[in-house]
Design a protein around this ligand. Structure first.
Ligand SMILES: Nc1ncnc2c1ncn2[C@@H]1O[C@H](COP(=O)(O)OP(=O)(O)O)[C@@H](O)[C@H]1O
Ligand SMILES: [Mg+2]
Length: 217
């Protein structure tokens, strides 16, 4: 299997802030479902931006092979922006917007303005935009944070299906159980790589990193 994402010894600091990533290395294979967890401020969002080439690391290298889809943690849109979900998905996508519409059950919000949507509906719309490019690598930053149970299940099935068909899925999530139950491999990030490997072996480091146990694990 080919590696589609590689980071090698990545270190990054923001101005007036010490290092937020230190010597972070990882690689993700085609079709792998790769989970990233860690405490708030642990550098997860910054790491995704480095992988995408949006943030240039101070040291180390990162690259990504193939078309990338990105679901950002937040997207600020000017409050009077008139764009509907349909406008946004159509503008971003090379793929038929209607395919994504059906795949994500977006009918109810398709013709509504993005700025008027709830947090969860915005997340689903961002996922629709990311999917519309038919990505080889899909990076998601807290995609399920504001979704109801029904949609969380739907999104999870979709991600599993995509990875089965060869898309590398890199998922950052607060939901530790969600990641440990579903990822092929997990990275625990707290500025440095605390753990990388099988989710079944991550249990030991989690109380140390998060200062607590994990329910049901
Ligand atoms: N643009 C920025 N400028 C300065 N500091 C930042 C910026 N973005 C993030 N940080 C800081 O870097 C650290 C890591 O942030 P982030 O990557 O968002 O972590 P996480 O996603 O794990 O919560 C945090 O302390 C955050 O406050
Ligand atoms: Mg974040």
């Amino acid at each position: 299997m080919g590696k589609v994402v590689v980071a090698d010894n990545v270190t990054h600091s923001y101005p007036q802030r010490g290092a937020v990533l230190e010597n972070v290395s990882l690689s993700v294979d085609e079709g792998e479902f790769y989970g990233i967890i860690g405490p708030n401020g642990g550098g997860k969002t910054t790491l995704l931006k480095v992988l995408l080439g949006l943030v240039k690391p101070d040291r180390g290298i990162a690259f990504l092979r193939g078309k990338a889809g990105y679901v950002p943690q937040n997207l600020s849109v000017e409050p009077y922006c008139p764009a509907t979900v349909k406008d946004l998905v159509t503008a971003v996508g090379g793929r038929s917007a209607h395919e994504v519409l059906a795949q994500l059950h977006l009918h109810e919000i398709w013709n509504r303005r993005f700025v008027d949507l709830s947090g969860g509906q915005k997340k689903i719309s961002l996922l629709a935009m990311a999917l519309s490019v038919s990505p080889k690598v899909l990076l998601l930053d807290e995609p399920t944070a504001e979704l109801d149970v029904h949609f969380r299940k739907h999104v999870l099935n979709l991600l599993r299906d995509l990875s089965r068909r060869g898309t590398a899925v890199i998922l950052v999530s607060h939901d530790i159980n969600f990641v440990l139950t579903n990822a092929d491999r997990v990275l625990v990030l707290s500025k440095m790589v605390v753990f990388e490997g099988s989710p079944s072996k991550a249990g030991e480091v989690i109380p140390k990193v998060f200062g607590m146990g994990v329910a049901g694990k």
